[in-house]
Design a protein around this ligand. Structure first.
Ligand code: PLP
Length: 203
């Protein structure tokens, strides 16, 4: 069974709490500042927090302290910053390498050729733990093309696992296409709209 990450961007802390009380423990946020506010409101609950939005270098320190997972590692520069800022008394920070699977100019994520290099860098630091890969395929209305992207990602994940057998997470699939992603081997799906309904307008 794939793990379910509830994507709570633009949702109030009360909506997160309501889902938590039904047994959902993992939540994904896109913005460091927005997450910090909700985490403060929900500090007494043992929620597992994932950053799934782009991480700017100047937010690395805050992110290394606030999140349990960061799914958007797409350049080498972030890695020593996060390693240094992760408190040594905390559990290692779980990281996913974000891959630009459809070679989109506008998208974040590393080129597939960079995956090994980033994985080697992460493996050097005891305060970090490599868990796998994440991607957002191009939102192609032709679902069969998304299937091909998911299959590609699964192949990259399988290759990475040969060198890093401890990895266990392939994060792909959102409200529209999680069924295709699961069919192609997703171990974590990131669902917002299908769980919470349409997002309130951003503040
Ligand atoms: C918003 C978001 C999701 C969830 O999208 P839905 O279509 O609402 O399920 C998943 N992953 C990332 C990276 C997102 O930014």
């Amino acid at each position: 069974m794939p793990r379910l990450l509830a994507v709570s961007k633009h949702q109030p802390a009360e909506a997160i709490l309501a889902l938590y009380q039904q047994g959902q423990l993992r939540f994904g946020e896109n913005y460091v500042q927005e997450a910090a506010t909700k985490q403060q409101a929900l500090a007494s609950y043992p929620i597992e927090w994932h950053l799934i939005g782009h991480l700017q270098s100047n937010k690395a320190k805050e992110a290394a302290n606030l999140f349990d997972w960061i799914q958007t590692i797409d350049r080498a520069k972030l890695i020593p910053l996060l390693a240094k800022e992760r408190p040594t008394h905390a559990e290692a920070l779980n990281l996913l390498i974000q891959v630009n699977i459809d070679d989109e100019d506008s998208k974040h994520g590393c080129d597939p050729s960079q995956i090994n290099r980033l994985a080697e860098e992460i493996a050097r630091y005891p305060t970090l733990r490599l868990r796998g890969l994440m991607a957002i395929p191009r939102p192609d209305p032709d679902i069969s093309r998304r299937k091909a992207s998911f299959a590609n990602l699964h192949r990259l994940y399988t290759e990475l696992r040969l060198a890093h057998p401890g990895i266990d997470t392939l994060s792909m699939g959102m409200s529209e296409d999680f069924e295709q992603a699961i069919a192609e081997g997703a171990t974590m799906v990131r669902i917002g709209t299908a769980l919470f309904g349409a997002r309130p307008a951003s503040k």
